[in-house]
Design a protein around this ligand. Sequence first.
Ligand code: NAI
Length: 313
Amino acid sequence: MNATPDFRFDGRVAVVTGAGRGLGRAHALLLAERGAKVVVNDLGGTKEGEGSDAGPANDVVQEITAAGGIAVADSNNVGTEEGCHALVDTAIREFGRVDIVVNNAGISRFATFPQADAENLERTLDVHVRGTWHTTRAAWPHMVKQGYGRVVTTTSTGMFGLPDNLAYATAKGALIGFTRSLSVEAASHGILVNCIAPNAITRPSTSAAKPNITTTPLDDARMQAMQTDLVSPMVAYLAHEDCKVNGEILVAGARRFARWFLAVTPGYRSDNPAVPTVEEIAEHWDEVNDQTGYYVPETLHHWASQFMAHLGA
Ligand code: NAI
């Protein structure tokens, strides 16, 4: 089925970070194919974030232009604030605006705790968290001025528990807080901020990259089933003007598209006028955890209205 062919991006300018390879490349190709002018950013280093190479970004730009699209390469390092500002400057200089930022660049430095050291944490936070923060922040005044913008951040289901890559999971968790809080502020400016949790086979997914994890062997069928371009339609939807959601996390890959949400149980409320005891909590543990009637807070205020409903308005 050829769904909604009118989801196009003509006149829109997209910045895609880490677009020289893997998922970012697939996102950039799809946005360009649908009419967006794309800034293909990639530092071009190793999967651990060492070195640089302008080749991957240039190759993707060539691929886009050969197919009749419009793109420009950018090899700034989103692991630095200057790099992020220079990247957005490229969009403004080359195309005069920035409508879409897909924060996709990432590195992966497998290490467990406590071997994962300060450098591991900092380098990981630099690219994933600070890179997303500064690139979005550099684009923000342009989006506010034009009263329009679409920001996509990239988290990971590693958030569900990835002990061998603790810094990575920590960074990806931070991006959920960033996405949700920024989305509240964004709405009044015509900006939507959503988060993708992709699932595809790329260079960090190879078993060699995960020294302590046994993964299903990557045979051809599995590689085909988990191609990067199976994630990009969701990213393009979140980047489109007709996107209906804000502050959401969507999981995409292997032809499945799903919502990942944060929910709270109604919990146990003590009627004890004194400070509840530890024993009381232990006794009511099942009620604390009972998922019946859980709610999905849209904002902090929404959560507070549910959690403290018994205190009255
Ligand atoms: P990849 O390694 O194939 O691509 C990442 C790209 O980002 C590389 O081309 C790299 O050169 C670029 N990059 C890294 N640091 C950069 C920097 N400082 N400045 C500019 N570019 C930089 O990896 P993949 O899998 O395509 O990852 C893309 C995003 O998706 C990452 O944020 C990753 O954490 C996330 N992700 C991927 C999953 C998967 O299943 N492949 C699962 C969950 C999250």
